[in-house]
Design a protein around this ligand. Structure first.
Ligand code: GAL
Length: 680
């Protein structure tokens, strides 16, 4: 729990009041000692109370196989402690030093085409290399033993963004570990042959040693082999996380352990809902990719992180004060973005707001990446904005520890369906699972209806409406759970390419969507994917792209909410709803995009009685979330626009922003307000 970390913070400066954490990755080894004093002075000025240290310090800590240099880190830890700054100490295993890769080139990852990923950047290690593991764990043990009692230590930071660059390794080590993983999953080759459908294309295995990772092949590699390799690769990294964590727990049982996830666009290899139970609190990194839905995507990722953390507060380990360095064009943030982006994470449960990094590097691949202290130094608008945010977070201290209050709507985000639905040799290669979920999310934002991103590990019954876009993989137990959900009054909404396969990626036969056919009261004999640029019209103003289905209604009580008005399936059902014991099951067979969904959703929400809790004039312009503490609710109102927005009819006392006596809140462009509402 993040509360363990917060209580350790009391030791850093004796202050026992709740607080939000504020800080950055701190890389003092890039700077002469003379800068360190100044760093601590500026941290205090900015309200920084926590930093992550040592993330890429392996070469500085262990300059040779049997040489250790902890002197500089001792000094840094002491300095930070004197300055009242807690340390989230990294295990420093993210980037192996040149002496190690020179002595042991067999730890380097290999691509699916057999190329070695050479040293010279970072994270050039095989998750399954026993040699890498041995060296990494030795370092972890040394560090843990040395800093176990240090008063600045508030948490352990395992490695860094596990799998950022090395999630898929096709080396011989990976092949061996993959076979072990498969043996544990299937027990016998017969079971594996069945699961992988190896009767197809003469792929039947007669010895375990014949099995390989899905290396570059002449045509489409076996789909279940691919899916299992994704599962295995996520598990291999999770295993590394556990191995480091075990040493940390053995030596410092009271210090919480975390690792920074990457719940953000562009990352999908790690099954974080499955990893969350392995750490004491969830941490996330997030970077904005400029585009039409960029802040919706930020909100979506923060919301999903909260879902992964089961609604408990989490730690924003990294985001950027302004531009990054790794996009084709690295756009600087506009005035107000730094604060709004940060507070949007807090609105979705972050109890810590940290950046990559504290001081902008003068050299190296990230020298053009923004930081809290920019190249221009403290006399800069950016550092002033950093200082202001520190003051804002201080004012928000009362909400530290509060959890997410369940929203009426849940959006199910499912890693198995994500991985499986986007594999090759499918009806379309244009499907983007994350984009589908994001479009639904954007539609809820546009309507001002609160929706929680949830995972299979969460309690689906907390939500009156459950939207499951492209829920492709539906094992029998999930189909039963969804039926129970609707029988008990829940309203399920699902889409094309849902309920199609089981956990082995085998199609449920007898007509699509096999696993959900009876629940939805429809049957589909053939998919009708659309080529890029093609679209169909539906009843009302909506148009569909990407996908259509030839639907036959099979249950007498299934209603057709919209028909196709053009295309091959003209006149046939496009959107259906079947009432179930108290709830309903709705099917949307084409891609409507945010705009189409925004116009359809009110009809889908109506039977559940779900509506916006914002006044009509603020809907779509303001995002609202609620965090709940023991004595109060904290209601966030985030201006999504570049204009001033007025929200009438609010109650509570303003922790942030100014609420007029008549309950009207005026939000400046991109501003955020927080209202505390005492619980009766
Ligand atoms: C993260 C990483 C940081 C830094 C940052 C730049 O992926 O953890 O070390 O590279 O990106 O945006």
């Amino acid at each position: 729990m993040i509360s363990t970390l917060l209580s350790r913070m009391h030791g850093t400066d004796g202050d026992r009041t709740p607080r939000l954490l504020y800080g950055a990755d701190y890389n003092p080894e890039q700077w002469p000692r003379s800068v360190w004093q100044d760093d601590v002075r500026l941290m205090r000025e900015a309200g920084v109370n926590v930093v992550s240290v040592g993330i890429f310090s392996w070469a500085s800590l262990q300059p040779a196989p049997d040489a250790w240099d902890f002197g500089w880190l001792d000094e840094v830890m002491d300095l930070l402690h004197e300055g009242g700054v807690g340390v989230d100490l990294a295990t420093a295993t993210a980037s192996p030093p040149p002496w190690l890769t020179t002595a042991h080139p067999e730890i380097l990852p290999v691509t699916s085409t057999g190329e070695t990923l050479w040293p010279g950047a970072r994270q050039h290690w095989r998750p399954t290399s026993p040699v890498f593991r041995r060296h990494a764990l030795r370092l972890v043990r040394e560090l843990a033993a040395r800093y176990a009692g240090h008063p600045a230590l508030v948490a352990w930071h395992v490695n860094n963004e596990l799998g950022c660059h090395n999630v898929y390794d096709y080396s011989d080590d990976a092949a061996r570990a993959f076979r072990d993983w498969l043996r544990a999953r299937y027990g016998t080759l017969e079971a594996l042959n069945h699961a992988w459908g190896t009767a197809f294309w003469s792929q039947r295995y007669t010895e375990w040693e014949q099995i390989l990772p899905p290396r570059l092949a002449a045509s489409h590699p076996n789909p279940t082999q691919q899916l299992d390799f994704k599962r295995f690769s996520s598990d291999a990294l999770k295993d590394h996380l556990r191995a480091e964590r075990e040493i940390l727990r053995e030596i410092t049982p009271d210090v919480p352990v975390t690792t920074n996830f990457m719940v953000m666009g562009g990352t999908k290899g790690m099954d974080y809902p499955d990893w969350a139970a392995e750490i004491d609190f969830v941490s996330n990194d997030h970077y904005v990719r400029p585009g039409p839905q960029d802040r919706d995507e930020l909100s979506f990722s923060a919301n999903l992180t909260s879902g992964i953390s089961a609604g408990r507060p989490w730690f924003l380990m990294e985001h950027s004060t302004s531009a990054v360095n790794w996009q084709p064009v690295n756009v600087a943030k506009r005035p107000g973005d730094l604060a709004r982006d940060s507070l949007l994470h807090v609105a979705h449960g972050a109890d810590a707001v940290c950046f990559f990094q504290w001081r902008q590097s003068a050299a190296g691949a990230e020298k053009y990446h923004s930081a809290m202290v920019p190249h221009a130094g403290e006399d800069s608008d950016l550092f002033r904005a950093v200082r202001d945010l520190g003051a804002t977070l201080k004012a928000l201290a009362p909400l530290a520890g509060s959890e997410r209050e369940a929203a009426p709507v849940g959006i199910l985000y499912d890693w198995q369906s994500w991985w499986a639905s986007e594999q090759d040799s499918h009806p379309t290669s244009l499907l983007d699972y994350r984009q589908e979920a994001l479009d639904w999310y954007s539609a809820f934002l546009a309507l001002g209806v609160r929706a929680d991103l949830v995972t299979r590990h969460g309690d689906l019954n907390r939500h009156q409406v459950l939207v499951a876009p492209v829920l492709h993989v539906v094992p029998a137990d999930l189909a039963e759970a969804l039926t129970r959900y609707t029988d008990q009054g829940g309203h399920l909404v699902t889409t094309y390419f849902s309920g199609i396969v089981d956990e082995n990626d085998h199609v449920w036969l007898g007509g699509y969507p096999g696993a959900l056919r009876d629940l939805l009261g429809i049957r589909i004999e053939e998919f009708g994917p659309l080529v890029a640029g093609d679209e169909v019209t539906l009843d009302g103003p909506a148009t569909g792209t990407l996908w259509t289905d030839r639907i036959t209604v099979t249950a007498p009580d299934t209603e057709v909410l919209a028909h196709y008005r053009s295309g091959t399936y003209r006149g046939r059902p496009a959107v259906t709803r079947r009432p179930t014991g108290g709830g309903s099951a709705t099917y949307v067979s084409t891609r409507l995009g945010t705009r189409g969904l925004t116009s359809l959703l009110p009809r889908l929400l109506e039977p559940a009685g779900v509506r916006s809790d914002l006044p009509a004039e603020a809907r779509g312009l303001v995002e609202t979330t609620v965090r709940r503490g023991p004595d109060a609710r904290f209601r966030f109102l985030v201006n999504r626009t570049d204009d001033t927005v007025t929200v009438p009819g609010l109650t509570g006392d303003a922790l942030l922003g100014t609420l007029a006596a008549d309950g009207t809140l005026t939000l400046a462009p991109r501003a955020v307000a927080v209202l505390r509402q005492p619980l009766a």
